[in-house]
Design a binder for this molecule. Structure first.
Ligand code: ZN
Length: 268
């Protein structure tokens, strides 16, 4: 059965949101949860896996490439959108970061010929540094090796960005560090309206709006991730941005409202 797809118009942008499946994670992936909230949680938390395809003028921009086959052994319900996205012919791919669930579609080096692949320089330089696999704890060594192998397959097509950087007209790469060293978002601007694709800056809409201090196991710098998350939420409230996130329940698009010191996600 083909994975669900949602189409959305945002100004001159045509957006397609693809459902790449879901992850059933042990609740322990999330930490720093207030005790009363933790007591009410089940043993597993399900998070989504959304991908975006943006058409604007003559540009066709794929934001992240999903898991493809990279994580199927551990998470069988992932990589579901791969059949759909490999048929697309993007001019550009933007990687919010280089974790396997965002990079997996590039494991096949023949996929997306001629396409530019945009990554923050900090992210690229972190994951491709010599000796990284030997320097990390053994439980993530295989993951690092996989990322480095995939990255070597598209190194000749990579376009590196520093700070806020325009990918296409009204499409800007943003620094949202903490989940990974060079984790990025994407800002789409249409007049006064802003749509932010936030990648993994917020992973769980159920836990991290009310408590932005809740950490996710894969956040490489937990303090920085919290700072980024809180600033992002505050900014979205002030500017009434629409946000789209990788791991919210499909299609993962909505608004942020403030309630006292807490935030709430209002799905579209
Ligand atoms: Zn992710």
């Amino acid at each position: 059965m083909p994975a669900p797809i949602r189409h959305l118009e945002f100004g001159a942008f045509e957006l397609t949101i693809l459902n790449d499946g879901h992850f059933d994670l042990p609740t322990g992936y999330f930490t720093n949860i207030p005790q009363d909230v933790a007591d009410a949680l089940a043993d597993t938390i399900t998070i989504g896996a959304n991908l975006w395809f943006i058409r604007s003028g003559d540009r066709r921009i794929l934001v992240d490439t999903g898991s493809a086959d990279a994580l199927k052994q551990m998470f069988p319900d992932t990589g579901l959108a791969w059949g759909d996205i490999k048929k697309e012919n993007p001019t550009d791919i933007v990687l919010t970061h280089m974790h396997a669930d965002h990079l997996g579609g590039l494991a096949d080096a023949r996929a997306f010929p001629g396409c530019r692949i945009h990554v923050a320089r900090t992210e690229w330089e972190f994951w491709t540094q010599d000796g990284l696999a030997d320097a990390v704890p053994e439980d993530i060594r295989a993951m690092v090796q996989m990322i480095q192998q995939v990255a070597s397959g598209f190194a000749d097509r990579v376009v590196l960005h520093d700070g806020e950087s325009e990918i296409a007209p009204d499409v800007v790469l943003l620094d949202l560090p903490g989940h990974t060293p060079g984790h990025s978002g994407l800002r789409l601007q249409s007049g006064e309206e802003t749509l932010l694709i936030i990648g993994d800056a917020i992973v769980s809409e159920d836990l991290q709006f009310a408590q932005p201090e809740v950490s996710y196991a894969l956040d490489s710098n937990k303090d920085q991730a919290v700072t980024t998350r809180r600033a992002l939420l505050q900014d979205c409230v002030e500017k009434n941005c629409t946000i789209a996130a990788t791991h919210f329940a499909f299609p993962g698009v909505g608004k942020v409202v403030a309630e006292g010191a807490e935030f709430r996600f209002v799905p579209m």
